[in-house]
Design a protein around this ligand. Structure first.
Ligand code: ADP
Ligand code: DAR
Length: 359
């Protein structure tokens, strides 16, 4: 159970005093008032997580969007006065009384191919983030924790069969040429960004980090990237249904062996609060040259359909050749099926808008 420190963590006071003077627009800035800071600064979880572990990234990066990360499952409760309003803002009104629904893949066959002619959709990917029950998350993980999580994940993945069968590779064993190939094919994660580094999510790199790949690279698992697990199904083209069904089967099989950390109200626990709930992002790389020429129109259609638009190489990148990464913004307060259905409807609307501009 959580408790109180005799004194707040070193540096926390000075970091907050400096942060208070910034014109940050982050959700941390909006909600961590001086009064709340004084209330939370000596609290800690049973695994020892403090307010510094939760807010260090946002305090050091005033340009953060959110500014906080989950240090362990209990931190969502111990620091609820900070997490709940931030979660409510990001996840569009998911209040402190809202309860995330039970996992539901829905009618798997109601999701289909978004572009049978292969004219617009380059590739399709659906992923979930998961945390292994009983372990802290990045800010409180020791080098041994990374190795222990990797060990449990690798053993579980070694039992996969059929199209999910594959090979686990620790990052430290992958040669430079293979590493470059995997990054270029969007299959390998890079060492974390400055936000994750400031959250102490990149320590002991690359210890305990690795990638599992099936033979045709349509099923992957990232171990200890941002989350303990990123379970990923992806393939060229627009058959969102086939990608979704593969993911659902994989998550249920892996979840049958590994215990996934789940909060009673917030669903599956992930390192970033933006991924809480389903942890699911269904992303379609779609070529929209005419819509891209009018970014405001592209963003308008995306916003109307509750979609997020990223660049071709993912978060914090630009579009290359008019190819955008379009995905569901909402992951919390919706079922897995609802999150994917939003992408199906939204991408079809974007393709229709692009077609309309073709004249
Ligand atoms: P996530 O949090 O889902 O991992 P990122 O934006 O960090 O999202 O993307 C991770 C990697 O996945 C990036 O290399 C990105 O280009 C790739 N990616 C995302 N969607 C697709 C897709 N539909 N097809 C191919 N690669 C994709
Ligand atoms: N950069 C952090 C996290 C934003 C969400 N992206 C993740 N989780 N990769 C921020 O607060 O802006």
């Amino acid at each position: 159970m959580g408790g109180l420190l005799s004194k707040e963590p070193p540096d926390l006071d000075s970091m907050f005093n400096k942060f208070e003077k910034t014109d940050s627009k982050s959700l941390l800035k909006k909600h961590l008032t001086r009064q709340l800071f004084e209330l939370l600064k000596t609290r800690r979880t049973g695994l020892g997580a403090t307010l510094l572990d939760v807010a260090r990234s946002g305090l050091m990066n005033p340009d953060s969007v959110v500014g906080v990360y989950v240090a362990d499952a209990e931190s969502l409760t111990v620091f609820a006065e900070l997490f709940d309003p931030i979660i409510g803002d990001y996840h569009q009104g998911f209040s402190s009384r809202s309860v995330h629904p039970a996992k539901s893949w829905g009618n798997l066959n109601a999701i289909g191919d978004l572009d049978p002619e292969g004219k617009y959709v380059v590739s399709t990917r659906v992923r979930v983030g998961r945390s292994v029950d009983g372990f802290p998350l990045n800010p409180r993980m020791t080098a041994q924790d990374y190795l222990d999580v990797e060990g449990q994940v690798a053993v579980t993945l070694s039992t996969l069969e059929g199209e999910l069968q594959g090979e686990y590779m620790s990052l430290s064993t992958i040669g430079k040429a293979r590493r470059k190939e995997l990054v270029n094919r969007h299959l390998r994660f890079k060492e974390g960004d400055r936000f994750q580094a400031a959250a102490n999510a990149c320590r002991f790199w690359p210890r305990g980090r690795g990638i599992f790949l099936n033979s045709d690279c349509t099923f992957l698992v990232w171990c200890n990237e941002e989350d303990h697990l990123r379970i990923i199904s992806m393939q060229p083209g627009g058959d969102l249904g086939q990608v979704y069904r593969r993911l659902a089967a994989a998550v249920d099989t892996i979840g049958g062996s590994l215990g996934f950390a789940r909060h009673p109200r917030l669903g599956y626990v992930t390192f970033c609060p933006t991924n809480l709930g389903t942890g699911l992002r269904a992303s379609v790389h779609v070529r929209l040259p005419r819509l891209a020429a009018d970014r405001a129109r592209l963003e308008q259609v995306a916003t109307e359909h509750d979609l997020q638009v990223r660049g071709t190489r993912g978060e914090h990148t630009k579009a290359e050749g008019g190819v955008y990464d379009v995905s569901n913004k909402r992951r919390l307060g919706v079922t897995e099926f609802q999150a994917v259905e939003v992408v199906q409807k939204g991408v079809l609307a974007l393709v229709s808008a692009e077609r309309a501009l073709e004249g």
